[in-house]
Design a protein around this ligand. Structure first.
Ligand SMILES: Nc1ncnc2c1ncn2[C@@H]1O[C@H](COP(=O)(O)OP(=O)(O)OP(=O)(O)O)[C@@H](O)[C@H]1O
Length: 638
């Protein structure tokens, strides 16, 4: 049978609402989001055009004199005249060209020197680095302006190229130091190691791996250097050390000052170049914000959060309701043409169409400790709004282990990060509530609206009442401090009265609880095995005796035997301390074994929720059934 199949939607991806079309998106990418950056770009483009084409507007050559001496602005002389009758506008536009050229030329040379010295030293290390670093340090300790003045004083000719070179020579050192530090950090990164392992030459690694990663830093330093060059030229000219035979903004200021334009009140002579330098500096500084945005996509999308207006969201939600449940718009199919649906697509349609199966019964006796009600979280992105969590409601009871399962991208982390208020931009909670019930008798009241907490309230709640074991304990522990110091960090904030000896003793007790010898408290994380690090992370989460621990795939990175040991430990500790756990994983088999309740997410929604035994015995949702069937199939194969 022939026919066109529909495109496969991503099964786990939450609904994605279409954003602007490709052309608008491309233009949007070119044109920065931030108003500050736009303003900076407009200013910089204006000056570049002004320097390039401005002289076409000038009615007189910059050095032509006339009988109109020191005249204010008029139709003949738009910016007035100098003391010897030169046209200030003509000087201003020709001067723009020279000042910008000096700034850019000096910045290019300065950056080349900084890159060569900083990057080579930082990458090659050894004696080369020592020598280059001494050279950098010498230039750093000599004050820039006096050095500039001395070097310019010895110049045989003070043409603008020579001035630009001297400015560059006196200004590269700070940037070289920053690039050296950045290179030293990059050279140990995995992708550089990988390039070394594949046999790439040192120079190739420097130019294709290291320098491209430093481009935002180089670009931002370059812009500052351009304005630094313009100002240095102005400063030298103002002191009479620049190229006074060439008209620049600096030489205009010099002649205005030496002709006492300030005394005569001839503002039109010195205000335009002074203002232009200040404006250009502000413009380039504003563009640097854009470079930060480019270098850090999180900043880009973070700002979009503020712009995601209620109207746009409402439109997005309407679209969602109208779109296919799986979130993917079907490809148009010609009338009469048969549509062939693959088995997976049919499954997905079935999963999406089936009603959620919610058995709101506790999996373990106990009062509620966390109640999530109708929670929705969105991520506005370049391509539209991702509805990562949609109308999720569940309850965690005291001492209960609630297993949160679902395929990658189904919204588990977004949900738990909302409960702990660890969501990062551009995430937006668009509806619902998270309520935490304090232990009875607590002086702070018993019910806490987690989403409404202020930052200080949140700081005191986190860890002492709701603690977290992160997905990768290996990365969650600070590699440069001992285990004791990491316990100290938590205890100093939450138990400020404890003495150092008490903190160490408590840390040791906690290590014993998770099956690690107390002496290990003096070890650094790299001295522990993966399983031990995970146990330390659990001990750290337990140290303040919290009510709830959020565990985001705490055992995924461990081998099966260690995983089993850690899980047994977690269960034993839960029985001893009575905390409740939200345990996130892809591994349904594991959850069935350890959880009291199970919540299964798919495409941002809760599709099945209830006591584990019931979910296992009578899975109500086709998605759960398919997960359990795959488990059974796997078991049969084994
Ligand atoms: N910062 C972000 N910006 C845009 N979309 C995001 C962001 N973070 C997550 N998402 C999207 O939200 C959805 C849910 O992601 P989430 O990380 O919560 O899923 P998950 O079930 O925890 O996945 P995993 O099991 O792989 O960790 C995904 O489609 C993801 O692409």
């Amino acid at each position: 049978m022939t026919g066109r199949t529909r495109p496969e939607p991503n099964p786990t991806r939450p609904e994605l609402v279409e954003g602007p079309g490709p052309i608008r998106t491309a233009l949007g990418r070119l044109w920065p989001e931030s108003g500050k950056v736009r303003a900076g770009l407009i200013i910089a483009i204006f000056f570049v055009l002004f320097a390039g084409f401005g002289p076409l507007l000038a009615q007189y050559p910059p050095d032509a004199t006339s009988r109109d001496l020191l005249q204010p602005p008029s139709p003949q002389h738009w910016l007035g005249t100098t003391q010897i009758g030169e046209d200030v506008f003509a000087q201003f536009v020709y001067g723009a060209r020279v000042s910008l050229a000096v700034g850019v030329f000096a910045a290019v040379i300065s950056k080349i020197i900084a890159i060569l010295i900083g990057v080579i030293g930082g990458y090659v290390r050894g004696v080369t680095d020592d020598l280059l670093y001494i050279l950098t340090a010498v230039f750093l300790v000599i004050p820039g302006m006096p050095l500039l003045i001395v070097l310019t004083g010895y110049l045989p000719n003070r043409g603008i190229q020579a001035v630009a070179v001297v400015i560059a020579i006196t200004s590269w050192a700070g940037s070289a130091r920053v690039l050296r530090a950045q290179t030293m950090s990059l050279r140990n990164r995995d992708f550089v190691e990988a390039a070394r392992a594949t046999g790439e030459s040192r120079w190739r690694i420097i130019f294709t791996e290291v320098i491209p990663n430093e481009l935002p830093l180089i670009a931002s330093g370059f812009l500052f250097m351009v304005i630094g060059g313009v100002m240095a030229e102005a400063g030298l000219s103002f002191l009479g050390l620049g190229s006074l035979t060439t008209v620049s903004w600096g030489s205009m200021l010099y002649f205005a000052q030496s002709s006492q334009a300030f005394l005569y009140g001839a503002w039109w002579w010195f205000v335009p170049p002074g203002l232009a330098i200040a404006l250009l500096g502000a413009g380039l500084a504003l563009i640097n914000f854009g470079i930060d945005e480019y270098a850090n996509p999180r900043l880009r999308t973070g700002k979009r959060r503020a712009k995601a207006t209620v109207g746009r969201r409402a439109a997005a939600l309407d679209l969602t309701a109208a779109s296919a449940p799986a979130g993917a718009a079907p490809m148009p199919v010609a009338e009469g043409e048969p549509v062939v649906e693959t088995a997976r697509e049919a499954d997905r349609r079935e999963f999406a169409e089936a009603a959620p199966v919610i058995r709101d019964r506790p999996g373990r006796d106990g009062a509620p400790v966390i109640e999530v009600r109708d929670l929705s979280v969105d991520y506005p992105t370049d391509h539209g709004v991702v509805h990562a969590v949609q109308g999720v409601s569940l309850t965690l009871h005291r001492s209960e282990i609630l297993g949160l399962a679902g395929e990658s991208g189904s919204g588990k982390t977004t949900l738990t990060n909302t409960v702990t208020r660890l969501l990062r931009a551009p995430a937006q909670v668009t509806g619902g509530s998270v309520t935490y019930h304090r232990r009875r008798g607590s002086a702070d009241g018993t019910v806490v609206d987690v989403l409404g907490l202020s930052q200080p309230e949140l700081r005191s709640l986190r860890w002492s009442e709701i603690a977290i074991v992160f997905q990768s304990a290996m990365n969650a522990l600070n590699p440069v401090t001992t285990i004791r110091a990491q316990f100290d960090d938590v205890l100093r904030v939450h138990r400020p009265r404890m003495t150092r000896a008490e903190r160490t003793e408590l840390a040791q007790q906690m290590l014993i609880k998770v099956g690690i010898e107390p002496d290990r408290v003096y070890n650094y994380p790299h001295e522990l095995s993966g399983g031990m690090k995970q146990r330390v992370a659990i001990a750290l989460a337990l140290v303040l005796d919290p009510d709830v621990i959020i565990m985001d795939e705490p055992t995924t990175a461990l081998d099966l035997l260690v995983q089993r040991e850690v899980l047994d430990q977690i269960m034993a500790l839960r029985d001893e301390f009575g905390f409740a756990i939200i345990f996130t994983t892809h591994d349904l088999a594991l959850l069935l074994e350890i959880s009291d309740s199970i919540a299964i997410m798919r495409a941002g929604r809760l599709v099945e929720y209830g006591p584990s035994v019931e979910v296992y015995a009578e899975p109500g949702h086709p998605y759960t059934r398919s997960l359990l069937t795959s488990l059974a199939d796997l078991g049969a194969k084994l």
